[in-house]
Every structure is written in C-alpha cells, then in structure tokens.
Design a protein around this ligand. Structure first.
Ligand code: NAI
Length: 473
C-alpha cells in the first residue's frame, strides 16, 4: 500500500494521541493508526473537536489525519496490519484488592497483550509506552508467547516523558528517547527498528537504549525526582511563612546553583495530574514488595508532603476568613491540574473545593478549559463526592462562565491553576465587585501581590511573608 511500515497504538489518550500524531507528522512513509475501545474518543479524534486540549495539537493532527494518521475502533484489523504495536493504555492506581491505593493496575496492558496474541497472524514488535511497574515486560512477553500460532514477539519498553500542556514541543524536541529491550540479537534488532523510527526527527545521540528493566524503572524514577523537587520546595514554603523568608527568593538563590538548576523549583499548592502520585505510589509499592522498607518510606514522604501542602492551603483560607466560610461565596480560579490542559485528574484544586464544600461555602469555579461534567467525574472518582451521594453538592459548586462572574460578590478568590489569563484580569473591577475585606489566595504565586495590596486586597501567597506579621529589621 505504499507505506514502509505500519504502526498501531492501543490507547488514544493524552499519550497515545499526541505521540502518534507526532510520529505521523515526522514520518510520512509510516502509516500510523491509533485504536481505542472508546468510540466516543475515536469519534472525537476524527472530528474538529479533539478529545484533549493541548497547544499545537490540532495543527499536527490536521497535517497527517487521513493521509498517514488514522483513528479507529477496529482494533483487530489494525493489530493484524501492524509491524510495531504500542501499548499506551491507562495504568491507574489500584482501587481494590492487593496493593489497593498504591500498586499500579496493569490489567489494561495485559488485556492488550492477550488481544495481540489472539488476533496476530505474523510476528510483531510490541512496545510498552504506558508507565508500568518494573518487570511488567516479563508478563507481557509471557502472555504473548502463549499464542497458538508459534509467533515470536519482541517486547520493548519505550516510556513517554512528555508533559501535558507542552506535549507537542516535548515530542518534537525530546530531551531523550528511551528504548529498553532484551539484550539478545533479536531484541537488539527490535530496538534498532524503533530507534530508526525516532531517528526521523530525533538526533541519534539523544536516543538511549538500555535493558528492559532500566527503561521501565527510569520512567518511575524521573517522575519521582521531579515530584520530589516540588515537595522539597513546598516544605520550605511552610518554613518561609513561619519565619518571614520569601520562598521565591530562596528558589532564585538555590536554583542559580548549576548543580541544582532552577526548573521545577516553584512552590505552589502542590502537584497534581494523573502521573506523579500514581508513579511514586507505584515506586513505593515496588520497594515494599522487594522488602526495602526504608526506600519505600523515603519516597512516600514526597506524597505526604504534597497532601500536607494542599491541606495547609485550605486550612489557611478558612482560618483567614475569620474561621468560617459557611454560606460565603468563594471564587476558585482554575480547576485543571496545570495550565494549558483541561486534564483534572488528581488536580489540587479539587481538594480545596472539597474542603470548602465540607465547610459549607458556596464555591464558584472558573477554568478556561475544564468542563463541569469532568469536574464531577474526577470529584466522584478521587474524593468519593458526587451529586448522587452528597446532598447539596450541585448547589454548593457553581461553574462560572468567566473569572468576573466567579468573583462577583465573593469574600475571597483563590488562584489554583497558573493560567496566563489570570495575570491579566482587571483586578480593580474585581475588587469593587467583591465583599470586603476582599481576600486573595495565590496558590501558584503568579499574581503581582504588591499591586493587589495597593488596590485594597488582603493577599496571602505560598511561602511569602505576611507584611502585617513580619517587618524588616
Ligand atoms: P488516558 O486515560 O488518557 O488514555 C488511555 C486510553 O486507553 C483510554 O482512551 C482508554 O479507553 C484506552 N484503553 C484502555 N484499555 C484499552 C484496551 N484494552 N484496548 C484499547 N484501548 C484501551 O491515559 P494517558 O494519560 O494517555 O496515559 C497512558 C499511559 O501513559 C499511562 O500509563 C500513563 O502513566 C502514561 N503517561 C502519561 C502521561 C500524561 O501526561 N498523561 C505522560 C507520560 C506517561
């Protein structure tokens, strides 16, 4: 059919969709098809209204869709056609059974492997793109080996390091691509086949090849180190608030040390998203499974600190508002877990909303990308709080059409996602429309606090000295 190679990707989510779109855009001779069990998601990928928001994604998809990039629910047919199959399905934290709340659920990966073994008519390379516990490739290989046709599959690990909100630039210019494989002639040949795909746009020296287990584990370690930096600086933010030191000045002073570096060193309300917590819990559980209690406890502290930071924020809001928010309107600016995405999985904003609802506040949420139904889905999944089981929830949380509507008549506004547009709001107008005293809680340290204080706001930020509490010598 004129193509040099056929790639199939199982799972059309935040990783599968953008990753395959970028492969297709850079490799016009490769036919790429992304399949998913969900017809709704596949229909959206085939429409002008993509299922996820990601800057630059639409342009990349439009470049190749219908030419060498396809989205389909015909999983069996696409598996049959493919030379290389990526498994890019979700691997969430288990909610029940052994390791519940910590272990990663690899059920979807195993189901994909079983499907591949069942329908394949020729040998293929199977690539784990999902983030999985180390040694999952062993299970995948054993399932594949159980095919009754004598087919030989090669299993590779190729974890994804993209970040939501910057997925397209991350994929176009990755810091590195990591490919793990079995260290046998067949395994090395399979790894080389995948290297050749990436080499269409990634410099060879940035494509690393390792053994399978290093590759699987490196992904967990990368996320653990990134999240650890956030928790480390957040722990210092609490000490800053107690002492009059300013966490932004600390970040600057510490980050200018080349050995430390300045990225991922901003304090905030805490990290969210579908990966950091899940992957660290996965790492903690692995350590425990191998009897490494001290290692498990060490990494678990990253999560403990993150939970503390979120809790500390909502407690600070309540205590500042004279120890009661009952019946008070509170504006929440931002619900996505970070800017430039509509993803709300594990978003810290949700935990603040939850705490405020428990305190019987009237919460008005505005986010430029988050849909009300996605907010409910995540609150139900993670906080076990739904319109069905929590009487009054529907009335307690309003989704506002814009920031001004959210703030109108509110006692406080809290910035919980660092959307750029929140820096540009007309805060004079907002101040006039709010109840007095008007409080600002900047959970991301993105606003101009001096300017807000001049307008008349009482401003509280993360790790910043309270001017009413501390003075210079
Ligand atoms: P997602 O939930 O957005 O997408 C997963 C998709 O897989 C869903 O659409 C689901 O319907 C589909 N699926 C599940 N089982 C299937 C099956 N048996 N056959 C076909 N399709 C199936 O998940 P996301 O965020 O794309 O994550 C995928 C993996 O990549 C996870 O392991 C995650 O940890 C990892 N990852 C995620 C990153 C992110 O920023 N979201 C970054 C790097 C890695």
């Amino acid at each position: 059919d004129g193509y040099d190679l056929h790639i199939c990707c199982m799972g059309a989510g935040y990783v599968g969709g953008p990753t395959m779109a970028v492969i297709a855009a850079n490799c016009p001779k490769i036919r790429v098809c992304v399949v998913d069990l969900s017809k709704k998601i596949i229909d959206a990928w085939n429409s002008p209204d993509l299922p996820i928001y990601e800057p630059g994604l639409m342009e990349v998809v439009e470049k190749s869709r219908g030419k060498n990039l396809f989205f389909s629910t015909d999983i069996d047919a696409e598996i049959k056609k493919a030379d290389i199959i990526f498994i890019s399905v979700n691997t969430p934290t288990k909610t029940v059974g052994i390791g519940a709340g910590r272990a990663a659920n690899v059920k979807n990966c195993e189901l994909c492997a079983r499907k591949i073994a069942e329908v394949s008519e020729g040998s293929k390379i199977v690539v784990e793109k999902s983030t999985v516990p180390v040694r999952t490739a062993e299970a995948v290989r054993r399932v594949l080996d159980c095919n009754e046709k004598g087919l030989k599959f090669q299993v590779l690990s190729n974890p994804e390091f993209l970040a939501e909100g910057t997925a397209i630039p991350d994929l176009m210019k990755p810091d590195r691509v990591l490919i793990g494989g079995v260290q046998s002639p067949e395994g090395l040949a399979a790894a080389e086949a995948l290297v050749s795909v990436y080499a269409n746009w990634v410099p060879r020296e940035q494509i690393l090849t390792t053994n399978l287990w290093s590759s699987e584990l490196a992904k967990l370690v990368a996320n653990a180190f990134l999240a650890q930096r956030v928790s480390s600086i957040n722990s210092i933010s609490a000490l800053c608030e107690a002492t009059g030191a300013n966490v932004s000045e600390i970040t600057r002073a510490v980050g200018m040390d080349n050995r430390i570096g300045k990225r991922f060193l901003n304090s905030s309300i805490g990290f969210g998203g579908s990966c950091f917590q899940k992957d660290i819990l996965n790492l903690v559980y692995l350590c425990e499974t191998y009897g490494l209690r001290e290692c498990a406890e060490y990494w678990n502290q990253v999560i403990v600190m993150n939970d503390y930071q979120k809790k500390r924020f909502s407690e600070k809001m309540v205590s500042t508002l004279f120890n009661t928010v009952t019946g008070k309107k509170i504006a929440i600016l931002g619900f996505a877990f970070k800017k430039d995405t509509g993803d709300v999985r594990e978003t810290p904003s949700m935990f603040v909303v939850r705490d405020l609802v428990h305190e019987q506040a009237k919460v008005h949420v505005y986010d430029p990308q988050v849909k009300r139904e996605d907010m409910w889905t995540e609150m139900d999944y993670t906080c076990k709080m739904s319109v069905a089981n929590y009487p009054g929830l529907e009335e307690a949380v309003t989704t506002a059409p814009d920031a001004y509507a959210a703030c109108d008549g509110a006692h406080a506004l809290a910035v919980l996602t660092e959307w750029d547009e929140f820096k540009e709001l007309d805060y004079e107008r907002i101040y006039k429309s709010m109840a007095k005293p008007a409080f600002v809680f900047d959970g991301r340290n993105i606003l101009d606090h001096d300017a807000l204080r001049k307008i008349g706001f009482e401003v509280h930020a993360i790790g910043k000295p309270d001017p009413n509490k501390f003075s210079d010598l």
